[in-house]
Design a protein around this ligand. Sequence first.
Ligand SMILES: C[S@@+](CC[C@H](N)C(=O)[O-])C[C@H]1O[C@@H](n2cnc3c(N)ncnc32)[C@H](O)[C@@H]1O
Length: 220
Amino acid sequence: MTHDTPATDHAHGPGAAAHPDFAWDDLYTGDGSDTADPDPMLLAPAHDLPPGRALDLGCGAGGNALALAERGWRVTGVDLAPRAIASTRAGACARGLVDRIELAVADSATWRPRTAYDFALSSYALPPRGPGRTATLATLAAALAPDGTLALGEWDEEVCDWAEPGDLATLAELTEAFTGLGLEIVRATRQAVPRIQHPGEEHAVIVVARKPRDTLGVTG
Ligand SMILES: C[S@@+](CC[C@H](N)C(=O)[O-])C[C@H]1O[C@@H](n2cnc3c(N)ncnc32)[C@H](O)[C@@H]1O
């Protein structure tokens, strides 16, 4: 890693597209010991849904993906970092969940869904603002089945002062993007949340959206 500050400071920081030298993989062991706790706020929208197919785009070491699989969901986890995917796989093996998890090492900007998902999650894993982010948001929307639910959390650009320009997100850009992609916004909030793997809180933007029932399925 070429950055001066400690690796842990970057755990929710730069994305690979704007920082091609940022080594996300260095944040992970690959053995499952780095799997974070699930994020209750982002998983809450899935609570009342019957377990179906879930996508975790930028799944990291799999805390959320494994929690969904434990609740009966069939989960696809995608992440750029091979060791993150290895950790998710190790966690799935340890918990007897391998049959419910499909994993891919891939860039969210270019990965394409092969099925439609009832729940899609993006947990502090957006690429920086630009074509990669635009493509990732479009993929999240396209991946949803009609009536499917999306939950996205990202660090709030209007409050957080620790990131590179364009790394974080505003609520307005996310709600505008998802509305433009044909989703209905169910909830859009700015709030302090516990910062996973770190002590204390940080300010996040959280968007929950739904694909209307009368739209077509997966495109692009
Ligand atoms: C801050 S971590 C969050 C991990 C996990 N979602 C969580 O909440 O614990 C960000 C993750 O996004 C992944 N990531 C960053 N850019 C990505 C991209 N363009 N495509 C896929 N994954 C990406 C990183 O490898 C990293 O695992």
